[in-house]
Design a protein around this ligand. Structure first.
Ligand SMILES: [Zn+2]
Ligand SMILES: [Zn+2]
Length: 180
């Protein structure tokens, strides 16, 4: 675990470089056309939305020490820079890419994992923005509120970029009617 600003932004740089590299290499090696590329990207982003939900619900809020400890710190001080060591997510994404290349056509697999990596970056930056920016635009406000509610009700609203999996899996926060 690290709580430094440098570690936090170093991870964004490493992950961004990895995402660009995977996407570039994937596009270069892709045997299908634009439609196949779009499919790989959409599939990658969709897969990431579930990975995000899965980790937050079943890894960060359970007893996997590496994740749970850092996430507890985030719940205590949402404006902090608590995050994993900067090289770790990139290393895991690279390993996953290796596995994907074994079972899928290389170009498709690289593009897919490029999209997963971009999804992870979008997630990280969204989370940062939600805690550091006050939105005025109603849609953005309700998007951010979904995560702010999670900080008050940690057993609901695990999805950050999208409420989709909370709605599908029954963890979407529903306000209880006030007792009279
Ligand atoms: Zn948060
Ligand atoms: Zn949480």
């Amino acid at each position: 675990m690290s709580s430094t600003r440098t570690n936090y932004w170093a991870e964004v740089v490493v992950d961004s470089a990895l995402a660009v590299l995977l996407t570039w290499e994937g596009w270069r090696r892709l045997t299908g056309g634009t439609l196949t590329a779009a499919l790989a990207v959409l599939l990658g982003l969709f897969a990431f939305s579930f990975v995000e939900y899965f980790f937050h619900r079943w890894m960060f809020h359970t007893r996997v020490p590496l994740f749970a400890e850092g996430h507890r710190l985030h719940h205590e001080r949402p404006l902090g820079y608590d995050s994993l060591p900067f090289f770790l997510p990139g290393a895991v994404l690279l390993m996953l890419t290796g596995l994907c290349v074994l079972i899928l056509p290389a170009g498709f697999a690289l593009l897919l994992m490029g999209a997963v990596t971009f999804g992870y970056i979008i997630y990280g930056l969204s989370h940062f923005t939600i805690h550091h920016v006050r939105f005025r635009q109603p849609l953005l406000r309700s998007w951010a509120a979904h995560h702010h509610v999670h900080h008050y009700h940690p057993d609901s609203n695990f999805g950050l970029t999208t409420p989709l999996w909370d709605v599908l899996l029954g963890t979407h926060y529903v306000r209880q009617p006030r007792k009279r």
